[in-house]
Design a protein around this ligand. Structure first.
Ligand code: ATP
Ligand code: FE2
Length: 321
């Protein structure tokens, strides 16, 4: 079975074809804002412009006739971007006369991670620009055990980076600067039950401008934010009695975050799983693979239910596998 998947909920327009065993082809065309953060309308225009050439690049390398279904990211994400992706997917499904499958973007991050690491029943720490959630399966649903009360950790890092004049995305730049950090400046550590918040931390870190080295600010920010995420992940592990942690989402490539989680896991006799970097951030293969799983278990999205869902939650999807 070969499934084509289109991802484009935010910055990355990415298309891929996968089968049960591997990613067969994958192409991406990321949108990078000229200045500031991601502008939804500009990002959607970017996706609309690049869609034809990306699809052509796929079909140059993989015959259209061999595609069994068309999967697309139905949400959550930026409305204008989701509409471009949804329209392209609907057209393609009609043209190829193959079923359409609307995929939850967060579920796709989790499933591609399980696929590529062989984690069985993990507590997943999903950390990206827009999202920060601790997810685990209970019965036939994934449940969110803890999440950010305001902005995602990636957006928090990007905001901090932007304030210091670094271009988008800020994550890799802050990580690099933090490597040379020497002094820790305390920042608000906000964990409320299983939830957490980052916006107060961003403001406090911004106030250090001119008073502290940028390397030390980046270092302090990462240490504080990642400790919060590690603490809540550990609490979910203890509560559920699971012994696997899966790290997914664009922020998951951060080496410091990986080290903190690994130390926590080792202390508890648990194992940390990290998918390959190219499958951690937004990518078409995760949508294609989750579409394939869904197709195998009888999910097809009728046209009239293929509308975009900007606030689509992972709990809404019944898991049949
Ligand atoms: P979602 O829709 O799931 O919220 P997203 O649109 O934010 O996804 P991702 O690719 O999952 O996209 O994540 C992008 C985020 O990852 C950006 O905020 C970026 O700064 C951050 N990021 C990338 N590399 C690193 C890094 N090395 N350290 C920390 N953050 C990083
Ligand atoms: Fe994502």
């Amino acid at each position: 079975m070969n499934v084509l998947g289109i991802e484009g909920t935010a910055w990355n327009l990415s298309i891929s074809v996968v089968n049960e065993n591997e990613v067969i082809v994958a192409v991406s065309d990321p949108y990078t804002p000229k200045e500031g953060g991601i502008h939804p309308r500009e990002a959607s225009q970017h996706h609309a412009e690049k869609m034809p050439s990306l699809l052509k690049a796929i079909f140059d390398r993989f015959p259209k006739e061999n595609i069994d279904a068309v999967a697309f990211s139905q949400g959550p994400g930026l409305g204008p971007c989701l509409r471009v992706v949804g329209t392209a997917a609907r057209l393609l499904s009609l043209k190829l006369k193959k079923p359409l499958i609307g995929v939850n973007h967060c579920l796709a991050h989790v499933e591609v991670g399980r696929w590529k690491t062989n984690a069985k029943n993990p507590v997943t720490l999903y950390v990206s620009g827009g999202n920060s959630q601790i997810i685990a399966r209970r019965g036939n649903r994934y449940r969110v055990f803890g999440e950010t009360l305001d902005i995602g950790i990636g957006n928090a890092i990007d905001k901090l980076a932007r304030y210091f004049g670094l271009s988008h995305p800020g994550g890799p730049k802050i990580e690099k600067l933090a490597e040379d950090g020497q002094k820790y400046y305390p920042l608000p550590y906000v964990v409320k039950g299983m939830d957490f918040s980052f916006s107060g931390m961003v403001t406090a870190a911004q106030r250090l401008k001119g008073k502290a080295r940028l390397e030390d600010i980046a270092f302090s920010f990462q240490e504080t934010a990642f400790a919060m995420l590690t603490e809540v992940t550990e609490r979910a592990l203890a509560y559920l009695g699971y012994d696997e942690v899966l790290l997914v989402g664009g922020v998951g490539v951060n080496k410091r975050l990986q080290v903190m989680l690994r130390v926590m896991c080792e202390d508890r006799g648990a194992k940390l799983y990290t998918p390959p970097a190219e499958l951690m951030g937004d990518n078409g293969a995760m949508i294609a693979y989750t579409g394939l799983l869904m197709l195998k278990h009888g999910y097809i999205t009728p046209l009239e239910e293929s509308f975009v869902k900007p606030n689509f939650r992972i709990e809404e999807v019944e898991i049949r596998w």
